[in-house]
Design a binder for this molecule. Structure first.
Ligand SMILES: CC(C)(COP(=O)(O)OP(=O)(O)OC[C@H]1O[C@@H](n2cnc3c(N)ncnc32)[C@H](O)[C@@H]1OP(=O)(O)O)[C@@H](O)C(=O)NCCC(=O)NCCS
Length: 171
């Protein structure tokens, strides 16, 4: 299963040893402001899901490691959108590492993997309308706003990027 290196990050697979770091992230009210904070049990279930997803499909969430500090600072990758066959980009980073372009860097690498290695025709992304940072990341990686939609029981903005649009954008 592939791991990816970008200028400042290493995207590697999760292991059970990531539990404490992941729980710190998933229980942080500020980080999870637009998501739902998770208990220990929910974090453990998510961690198992992150690991198993790769074994079942050829893609999933990576643990994002900041190369300079050696720290695992979050997650980024691909998953199925709600209960659909569509594949969505997702990310969560430790707040000490926000505003440095790192989510954009990890997302660009994720899209490249999704289009070139998994050969996906389209990748989507959603965000709560008020999650401006997430929307900026989605826009900076070239995704196109399509509509307001309803997923995970929430009203969200929905963006898409096709493989051909991504290639035209210069990859
Ligand atoms: C979304 C998230 C991953 C972005 O990470 P990041 O590494 O800071 O993102 P980047 O630095 O690559 O880009 C963020 C962009 O949003 C902008 N931004 C951030 N907060 C903003 C705000 N409150 N208002 C306006 N712009 C904002 C930044 O200026 C930057 O845009 P720019 O490059 O044009 O200046 C991070 O905020 C996070 O983990 N949030 C909590 C989890 C989450 O909401 N995940 C997404 C669920 S859909």
């Amino acid at each position: 299963m592939p791991e990816i290196e970008t200028a400042r990050l290493r995207l590697r697979h999760f292991t059970q040893d990531d539990f404490d770091t992941l729980f710190r992230l998933y229980s942080d009210a500020e980080v999870m402001r637009y998501l739902v904070p998770r208990t220990k049990e929910q974090t453990q279930a998510s961690l198992v899901k992150h690991i198993q997803h790769w074994q079942q499909h050829n893609f999933g969430m990576w643990a994002v490691v900041h190369k300079d500090s050696g720290k695992m600072i979050g997650r980024c990758g691909l998953g199925f959108l709600d209960n659909t066959p569509e594949v969505e980009l997702g990310y969560v980073l430790d707040k000490s590492y926000w505003h440095m372009g790192l989510a954009t860097e990890a997302s660009q690498a994720t899209l490249k993997y999704g289009f070139l290695k998994v050969q996906l025709d389209q990748i989507v992304a959603i965000a709560l309308p008020e999650n401006i940072a997430s929307r900026r990341v989605i826009e900076k990686v070239g995704m196109k706003y399509q509509k307001q939609a309803h997923y995970y029981g929430l009203n969200v903005v929905y963006y898409t990027l096709s493989q051909s649009e991504w290639q035209l954008d210069g990859e």
